[in-house]
Design a protein around this ligand. Structure first.
Ligand SMILES: O=C(O)CCC(=O)C(=O)O
Ligand SMILES: [Fe+2]
Length: 290
């Protein structure tokens, strides 16, 4: 396993997820530690820190080490913290769908989807409420060379319409407390390469996700569905998954360029409270290979 200067790393799954010891996220980090954390993030898709005690201000400062914070445009922020959302689910809430309860990659309907998302557990269920990520680099690498070459030529159109549009999955759901209001821009289609290059490692990433990848460019949704469906099911293979059991004080930062994720909805009767910030990202691209 790779060694890192300044902290210890334990992988949580074969597919990745780096649990990092010996870092207090409430304090400013030295640039060389941040560089090593970035390396662990790019390599292992998600980094986890346990037993952190953080104010919203301190969580924002931790996330800012990785880039400027982004705002989630159509969800009500936490009072006094426009870049932060508090995701609350009460024990008695019998919801059809929880926030993040379908496989997705955050904000791929935007031209520059967020680089990463940083989630902090204020309250977690005694049992259940895990988050699962997929490693989309491993998903790419497991495809046949012919499929890889074909996908490298394709562009995928992304949109929030299936989730947050007037007929979307969240339209008649009781996530109303989060006041989700999609902007017109989020409901338009945004093109991204089907295979993107990781800007820090140069690795190839299968860049599709269940919720926002609507169709291939110049093809209909019906024509695109069988292949998108295959690629999403392929991505969800157990050996590409990283599953994390939260405890109060757990902090996760995931690489949103190389993962899909889902919030598992299996904790009726328990309260779950998560604070969330996102880090601005760049426009996805595929680097030509000679
Ligand atoms: O609550 C979770 O586990 C993840 C929710 C989610 O999709 C997100 O924060 O982007
Ligand atoms: Fe998400």
């Amino acid at each position: 396993m790779d060694r890192y200067r300044g902290f210890e790393v334990n992988l949580v799954c074969g597919a990745g997820g780096a649990e990092i010891g010996g870092i207090d996220a409430s304090r400013p980090l030295a640039p060389e530690v941040v560089a090593e954390l970035r390396r662990a993030l790019a390599e292992h898709c998600v980094i986890f820190l346990r037993d952190q005690v953080l104010t919203p201000e301190q969580q924002k400062a931790f996330a800012r080490h990785f880039g400027p914070l982004a705002r989630t445009p159509f969800i009500k922020p936490l009072d006094g913290h426009p870049e932060m959302m508090r995701i609350v689910r009460e024990p008695q809430e019998a919801k059809k769908l929880n926030f993040g309860g379908r496989w997705h990659t955050d904000m791929t309907f935007s031209p520059e989807p967020v680089l990463g998302t940083c989630l902090y557990a204020r309250e977690s269920p005694a049992v259940g409420g895990d988050t699962i990520w997929t490693n989309q680099m491993l998903a790419f690498e497991a495809l046949s060379p012919a499929m890889q070459r074909m996908l490298e030529k394709l562009t995928v159109m992304h949109s929030a319409k299936r989730s947050y549009g007037p007929q979307g999955t969240y339209a008649d759901d009781d996530l109303k407390s989060m006041r989700i209001q999609a902007s017109d821009a989020a409901l338009k289609e945004q093109p991204h390469p089907c295979i993107r290059t990781h800007p820090e490692t140069g690795r190839s990433i299968l860049y599709v996700n269940w919720v926002y990848a609507i169709r291939f460019q110049d093809m209909t949704e019906a024509e695109s569905a069988p292949l998108l469906d295959f690629l999403n099911r392929h991505s969800q293979r157990p050996e590409f998954q990283i599953r994390f059991r939260w405890r109060q004080g757990s902090l996760a930062l995931w690489d949103n360029r190389s993962t899909q994720h889902i919030a598992v909805n299996d904790y009726p009767g328990y309260r779950r409270v998560m604070d969330r910030v996102t880090i601005s990202g760049d426009k996805p691209y595929l680097k030509e290979t000679p």
